[in-house]
Write a protein that binds this ligand. Structure first.
Ligand code: SME
Length: 165
C-alpha cells in the first residue's frame, strides 16, 4: 500500500520535493521501465492539482525505422499514440532536448489536441547519455497553469529517471 497524496495546502516547492522523494522510493532498485513510468505517471496525477493528463511518450520508431515518439504509461484520457519528432509540443521537446513550457496551447504552432479540454502544457525531455529517451508530458485545462517552478520540479524528476526508464 502506498499513500503518497500530499497536503494540498503545501507550496509548489514542497510538493515537488515530496513528489521527487516518492518517485525515487518507488523506482529504486526496479529495472522495469514500464513499471517505473506507470508509477511515476500515477504519482504526477496524485500530486499535482489541475491536470487533465500526465504521462510519458517514449522514443520509438516509425515503420521505416525513423525516430518517433510513442505513447507510454499515463493517467487521464486515451491519447494520440504516435507523434513525429518536431511536431507538437512533445515533438518539439524531443527534437530540441529542451523543456517546453506552454501557457496557451492554442498559440503553439502545431500543437496536437488529444483532448479539447487542454489549455496549457509542460513537456520535459528525459535524457540518457546525451540522447532524449522519452518525454514527460503534463496537460492542464487551465491557461498558464505551469510556471518555471513546475518546469524546475519536473526537470529534477526527469534527471533522476534518466537511468530508471
Ligand atoms: N498535446 C501534445 C500531444 C500529447 S497529448 O497532450 C497527451 C503535443 O502537442 O505534443
Amino acid at each position: 500500500m502506498f499513500d503518497f497524496k500530499p497536503d494540498p495546502a503545501l507550496g509548489k516547492t514542497e510538493i515537488y520535493r515530496q513528489l521527487h522523494d516518492a518517485a525515487e522510493a518507488l523506482t529504486h532498485g526496479e529495472s522495469d521501465a514500464v513499471a517505473n513510468m506507470a508509477n511515476v505517471a500515477a504519482l504526477l496525477w496524485e500530486f499535482l492539482p489541475d491536470l487533465n493528463w500526465s504521462g510519458f511518450y517514449r522514443m520509438g520508431a516509425d515503420a521505416s525505422g525513423k525516430d518517433e515518439l510513442v505513447l507510454g504509461p499515463f493517467a487521464g484520457r486515451p491519447a494520440c499514440i504516435r507523434i513525429p519528432i518536431g511536431i507538437g509540443v512533445c515533438g518539439a521537446a524531443a527534437k530540441t532536448g529542451e523543456t517546453q513550457l506552454v501557457e496557451d496551447v492554442h498559440a503553439f504552432p502545431g500543437h496536437i489536441a488529444c483532448d479539447a479540454a487542454s489549455q496549457a502544457e509542460l513537456v520535459v525531455p528525459v535524457m540518457r547519455e546525451g540522447k532524449v529517451i522519452a518525454v514527460i508530458d503534463l496537460d492542464s485545462p487551465t491557461k498558464a497553469r505551469f510556471t518555471q517552478e513546475d518546469a524546475d520540479g519536473i526537470e529534477a524528476l526527469a534527471t533522476m529517471l534518466g537511468s530508471r526508464i
